[in-house]
Design a protein around this ligand. Structure first.
Ligand code: ADP
Ligand code: MG
Length: 238
């Protein structure tokens, strides 16, 4: 379990300021949800945390390490994307083991971790299939499995369920909640779905134009939204 600290985080693309002074503390094992309208900077913030984008200004601590200049593979984070990003020519087993192989984890240990993750995600029977032979929900499970096998300190999810139909989304939502309960790993989860945010989050971060509007528990935001923007976004009656 690992805490994160964001201090004055900025991201500029050329002359455009996309993230504008974000300060945030995320505690060990917390489930934090980023919400906000399309284009407000949710994905960019995740990519800054994962190291896929370089931070323009400010400090990012993961655990007790300043990681601004640390490579993505050395940050102890794993990211799950909306698009799944599975390799079409690899089986489920090899998709899940790919990152471990790159990191030269020995074959026996690799298989042990794959089997364990497969059991957690009910993928045991699917390990020899190819992505094209899987449903959307199964593919999303494989993408989560690929994150789990690396034993990350922090999971980052970028709208992982938005390609699924409504019924499956509800089902996967409770699977992700169960996974968090089981692993107690720090999780940061981006969604534009209020219900997903309200049901999953210990803490919700409402973003608007690259800034934080409000941070609080689902209940705090619902009962005491800081302004109309938050109220409308969270769907509180005010
Ligand atoms: P969200 O995930 O909340 O929808 P994003 O983080 O994807 O928002 O994008 C935030 C803003 O940053 C958008 O205006 C987007 O166009 C811009 N942006 C994102 N990535 C880049 C990039 N690589 N170059 C230039 N602008 C970008
Ligand atoms: Mg996005």
């Amino acid at each position: 379990m690992t805490s994160l600290l964001l201090k004055g985080i900025e991201k500029h693309f050329g002359s455009v300021n996309v993230i504008r002074g974000v300060d945030l503390r995320i505690d060990d094992g917390e489930f934090v949800v980023f919400v906000g309208p399309s284009g407000c900077g949710k994905s960019t913030l995740l990519r800054l945390i994962s190291g896929l984008e370089h931070i323009s200004d400010g400090e990012l601590m993961i655990g007790d390490r300043l990681v601004n200049e640390v490579q993505p593979s050395e940050r102890g984070v794993a990211m799950v994307f909306q698009s799944y990003a599975l390799y079409p020519h690899l089986t489920v087993r090899d998709n899940m083991g790919f990152g471990l192989k790159v990191r030269k984890v020995p074959a026996g240990e690799r298989q042990r971790r794959i089997n364990e993750a497969a059991a957690t995600l009910k993928l045991d029977a699917l390990l020899d299939r190819y992505p094209r032979e899987l449903s959307g929900g199964q593919r999303q499970r494989v993408a989560i499995g690929r994150a789990i096998v690396g034993n990350p300190d922090v999971f980052l999810f970028d709208e992982p369920l938005s390609n699924l139909d409504a019924e499956l989304r509800v089902h996967m939502r409770s699977e992700i909640a169960a996974l968090h309960k089981r692993l107690s790993t720090t999780m940061i989860y981006v969604t534009h779905d209020q219900i997903e945010a309200m049901t999953l989050a210990d803490k919700i971060v409402v973003l608007r134009d690259g800034r934080i509007e409000q941070v609080g528990s689902p209940r705090e935001l619902y009962e005491r939204p800081a302004n109309m923007f938050v109220a409308q976004f969270i769907g509180s009656p005010k």
